[in-house]
Design a protein around this ligand. Sequence first.
Ligand code: SF4
Length: 202
Amino acid sequence: MGAWGAKAEDTDLKEGLGMTRQQLGWAAKRFFFQAYLGFSLVTVVGGFATAPLMTYYFFGDWRFWRHWDPGWRLLFHGWAMVYRILRSNGEHSFMFSVPLTSPPATVPDRNLVHRRQDWEFGNSCGSCSNCCTLISCPVLDSDSGLCRGYNSFYWRYYNCGRYPTAQNEIEFYGCPKWEMRPERPAPTYAPAPVFAHTAEDR
Ligand code: SF4
């Protein structure tokens, strides 16, 4: 088969799946990450044996020795989250699903939410860390109150960077900063919240 024929078939496949090349890339990255996370949780030692990859995903840093303390606690946190999800009968409002093909995000969708008028800290989260402390996220640095995984792969591809996307998420974490816009399009992402926070610009 010629190169043109292969390209046409590739285009047909993507059109059939309703995905762009970029979306396929995001989906592939998430799929690999989720498989890796499952492997790490089931084997217990898998995440430690591949520590540079694990810390890259959660801290944006291959130097695993810098993240030893929150790193090992992530294992227990992962199991605790699985336990909570299994016990919640599909109604786990503390965690929302992010479609495989959705783009990574570092800020919430401003078409859906805006900062409350009485919020006095601008883009910062001030001293609030509700969306981390409520689920005892080990990535939060309790001394500084800042997220140690800010802008990492997990932060951008999953719940943290895009929080909030729905009213129930705002209510669940008691977020004092964001509110839904009165007139808004249907959410891009399926409902429910976070994992970490930062006092940096969002
Ligand atoms: S996003 Fe809202 S709940 Fe989370 S830390 Fe910022 S202000 Fe607090």
